[in-house]
Design a protein around this ligand. Structure first.
Ligand SMILES: [Zn+2]
Length: 95
């Protein structure tokens, strides 16, 4: 998952605002798992809308999306490497 600094930079680029409070809240080391839980996205988005406005809620969703891309990006790379290795082992790569 990208560090908070990267999330802040992304928000700044998208909105012109850092939304540091939003990213720090989501990535609180003690509560990281529950705050990245997609099944609670409506509850937390509502909380951000009430506290900081709709744009902050949108940045919360982008934070989750960017973390997801980060996680699956590695899974995809690892899978491709493993597939290439297995196919090379059996002499079937590029045939
Ligand atoms: Zn995160």
């Amino acid at each position: 998952m990208p560090p908070i600094k990267k999330h802040i930079a992304a928000s700044l680029e998208r909105t012109g605002k850092e939304y540091k409070e939003v990213h720090e809240w989501i990535d609180d080391p003690e509560k990281k798992n529950e705050r990245h839980d997609f099944t609670r996205v409506l509850e937390f988005a509502k909380m951000f809308t009430e506290k900081y406005g709709e744009e902050a809620a949108q940045e919360y969703v982008f934070h989750l999306s960017d973390d997801l891309k980060g996680k699956f990006g590695h899974v995809t790379e690892d899978t491709e490497t493993a597939m290439k290795s297995a196919l090379t082992y059996f002499g079937s790569y590029n045939r």
